[in-house]
Design a protein around this ligand. Structure first.
Ligand code: C2E
Ligand code: MG
Ligand code: MG
Ligand code: MG
Length: 278
């Protein structure tokens, strides 16, 4: 790794840069411990059918309860984990934990788990999914895997084969963060996705409602063309929800419908009851 020469490139390497590199290394070392030390936790965010408001499922979102820094969000450590094989450990831990928890829910909601591209390239993800389903006893129909296009872009032929193996088990596949990255029609045509999730950035404050509406209509048309439902992510206002409803969008997820929460809190709210006789 090239070492900075502050004398030669004063504008590129400020002291804060070194600081950042150090912090990153420390965090990376901490993360290796975190998995063993049981510092990773899972939050669940509700996904609802727009027309009826009924719960369709929950997306599992990992958190890192760092002993001194408090809760660290996935965007701040998943990319770090993806630099090494740590992501494989974390990914498998999340999948196993989520399936083991969800099988005990009295309500048979779907659970969606995010997959990293590394899990496709560097592990036998179809085998892992099959093993986890068998070990935990979760019916495959209750599991959905969320992938982005960048996840499958590296080795499309292999991804296609693996995704078909997973689908053959009865597990469903969601195309996450749609509209960012590649967003090619070819992905939808070639890969067996069961739903499209419109990226939350389209519902951010910087978007005009005209623009958001145009994007929503375009993705809904795609959903129709491929005969799969469309879910909108990052829904924060009732105006957004009414617009989606009027446009005929199927499902939504966002702070308005429910924030990511610990399972214990969801149980306290009565949305989920646990089966203890297992
Ligand atoms: P994602 O899969 O697109 O997950 C949705 C993200 O949007 C979550 O962020 C969620 O908290 C956030 N969100 C939900 N509703 C709203 C809203 O109304 N407004 C706003 N502004 N945000 C909302 P989170 O939990 O920070 O996760 C970020 C990303 O980290 C996820 O994006 C996913 O790509 C990744 N991630 C999370 N858990 C895992 C995991 O177990 N494995 C892998 N590989 N990636 C994960
Ligand atoms: Mg997701
Ligand atoms: Mg997303
Ligand atoms: Mg994402």
């Amino acid at each position: 790794r090239a070492k900075a020469d502050p004398g030669r490139h004063p504008c590129f390497y400020e002291p804060s840069m070194d600081e950042k590199v150090r912090t990153r290394r420390k965090l990376s070392a901490d993360l290796r411990q975190a998995v063993k030390a049981g510092q990773l936790t899972i939050c669940y965010q509700v996904q609802r059918v727009i027309a009826t408001g009924e719960i369709r499922g929950y997306e599992a979102l990992v958190r890192w309860q760092h002993p001194t820094r408090g809760t660290i969000m996935p965007d701040d450590f998943i990319p770090l984990a993806e630099e090494s094989d740590l992501i494989l450990q974390i990914g498998e831990w999340v999948l196993r934990s989520v399936c083991a928890e969800a099988v005990r829910w009295h309500q048979p909601y779907t659970v969606a788990v995010n997959l990293s591209g590394m899990q496709f390239v560097h592990s036998n993800i179809a085998r892992i999914v099959a093993n986890v389903l068998e070990e935990t006893g979760l019916p495959p129909q209750r599991l959905e895997l969320e992938l982005t296009e960048s996840t499958i872009i590296a080795d499309q032929a292999r991804a296609l084969q693996v995704l078909h193996q997973i689908k053959d088990m009865g597990v469903s596949l969601a195309l996450d963060d749609f509209g960012t990255g590649y967003s090619s029609l070819d992905t939808l045509r070639r890969f067996p996705f069961d739903r499209i999730k419109i990226d939350r950035s389209f519902f951010g404050a910087a978007q005009t409602s005209d623009h958001t509406q145009a994007v929503v209509r375009a993705v809904l048309a795609l959903g129709k063309a491929f005969d799969i439902p469309v879910m909108a992510e990052g829904i924060e206002t009732s105006d957004q929800l009414s617009m989606l409803n009027a446009a005929g969008c199927d499902e939504a997820q966002g702070f308005l419908l429910g924030r990511p929460a610990a399972l214990a809190d969801i149980v306290k709210n009565g949305q989920i009851t646990m089966n203890h006789a297992l």
